[in-house]
Design a protein around this ligand. Structure first.
Ligand code: GAP
Length: 447
């Protein structure tokens, strides 16, 4: 973990938030390379959910959440961790993180009984500060998917089975944020709510577990490094009938990367009941057969509240797993070592670095600049100009940040237009003309 943290800071992937003021615990900022990698992970998830499927729609809902949503979803009552205080040094812990019933700060066993600590962040809304003018920062992106269920059905004419996918920030006031970006207070989730008829839920659940394993594998996290954990009944979230956690061997231990839950009709059902109550009160429930607002009619015309399968992955945990898998230290023939991030090319923050052999040679530098403009037309992501005048040093840097292709412009380029391509993983170098270059780049990055 220390090596990953150091690399992230040194190369501009991740910084502690507000570190010039001593930081803010559980909050991190993604730097120039981090934001690229994060966006690429999210784009890959979005592609697989929205563009590669026929029956999933996207959503970007508000982070500020009406408290009623989280009251009827059960979060106000149950979204808590057991908090224990040390009476001696006043440290606070999650009960399950205490070893041998002793404070991990001072060693005292003078601890309070555990009490529930709600993890939701509350914030004031509007200019008047009173106890009714508040909203929550959403603790999961899922709830606004449920509250938009009807809007999306009505506007897209989707029928069961279908899904709604969303990527966005979630906030949890974790008692003990820890392990770099693994457990933080502000993070992003990639969540799919996949609606099926009751009875079809078990099969859909199994199928989503397999699909998600394949996706992680395509991102460079091999299936053999993921364990499936069938969450025991007593550990299930209040909404879940069954949850399979994808457990990954993070640098600090095996922990949850993604959870795939069968949330049954719990959420749509709870919001529906409330909607019915409100409608009956307002006397606007015009369809007597509809016993619920967030329901669909099956082929017999009966109103049914769908079940939902939810694959929910944290972007930060994915980032850490992908980085951990890609991080490699290799011995070289000259007795030295190189650090190389063997990221899948579609995830690499920089796709191509173009390096002139001589940094002060105007002709070479100008040629490099115009070549970069040509490569940018391929729309592959970041292409950068690396004018250090030291090819070896540039290669080392780009190995370390995972750039799959380095291109060198030299004297021969000025004569016949050919360039040298250097492959990150094999370190093989090949000379190609401009057509060969485009083909190579397209094959490598888009494959
Ligand atoms: N909607 C379901 C849900 O939120 P969860 O297991 O609490 O379920 C889903 O969270 C995923 O969100 C986790 O598998 C994890 O990847 C990520 N996650 C949860 N809490 C996190 C935290 N404090 N820091 C970073 N990621 C977190």
């Amino acid at each position: 973990m220390d090596e990953l943290v150091a690399l992230c800071k040194r190369r501009g992937f991740i910084f502690q938030s507000a570190d010039i003021y001593g930081g803010l615990q559980g909050a991190y900022d993604f730097g120039p390379l981090g934001v690229e990698l994060k966006n690429n992970i999210k784009q890959s998830w979005w592609d697989s959910m929205i563009y590669e499927s026929d029956n999933i729609e996207g959503l970007d809902s508000s982070i500020l959440t009406n408290p009623l949503v989280l009251r009827y979803s059960g979060h106000e009552d149950t979204f808590s961790d057991p908090l224990v205080d040390c009476k001696e040094c006043k440290s606070r812990f999650r009960e399950d993180q205490i070893i041998d019933k002793k404070c991990s700060n001072c060693g005292s066993d003078n601890l309070t009984e555990a009490r529930p600590f709600n993890l939701m962040f509350k914030t004031g809304v509007g200019p008047i500060e009173d106890q009714d003018s508040y909203a929550y920062l959403r603790p999961e992106t899922a709830q606004q998917i449920f509250t938009n269920f009807k809007n999306i059905i009505d506007s897209t004419s989707k029928s069961i089975p279908f899904g709604i996918a969303q990527i966005g920030k979630a906030f949890r006031n974790e008692i003990t944020p820890r392990n770099f970006i693994f457990r933080v207070r502000e993070f992003e989730q990639m969540e799919l709510e996949y609606f099926v008829y009751p009875g079809d839920d078990d099969e859909a659940h199994d199928s989503w577990v397999q699909k998600r394993l394949s996706w992680w594998c395509e991102q460079g996290v091999p299936i053999e490094n993921i364990e499936l954990y069938d969450v025991p009944k007593e550990e299930l979230a209040h909404y879940s009938k069954k949850t399979i956690d994808l457990m990954y061997k993070f640098p600090h231990g095996i922990e949850e990367l993604e959870g795939i839950a069968n949330r049954t009709d719990f959420d749509l059902g709870s919001h529906s009941k409330k909607q019915d109550e409100l409608n009956i009160k307002a006397n606007v429930l015009n369809n007597k057969d509809s016993n619920s607002k967030l329901a669909v009619q099956d082929e017999t015309g009966k109103w049914v509240v769908p079940y939902v399968i939810e694959p929910s992955a944290g972007v930060e945990r994915g980032f850490l797993a992908i980085l951990n898998e890609a991080f490699t230290v290799e011995d070289l023939n000259d007795g030295k070592q190189r650090t190389v991030l063997k990221l899948k090319p579609h995830l690499s923050p920089v796709k191509v670095a173009v390096i002139p052999l001589k940094k002060n040679d105007d002709q070479m530098v100008n040629h490099t600049r115009s070549l970069i403009q040509e490569i940018k037309k391929l729309k592959i992501g970041r292409v950068i100009f690396e004018n250090t005048g030291n090819i070896g040093k540039s290669y080392r840097k780009h190995d370390e940040i995972g750039t799959p292709i380095c291109i060198t412009v030299d004297f021969e380029t000025l004569e016949n237009g050919t360039v040298t391509i250097r492959d990150r993983d094999s370190m093989n170098q090949t000379r190609v003309d401009s057509e060969g270059l485009k083909e190579y780049i397209n094959n490598k990055i888009k494959s």
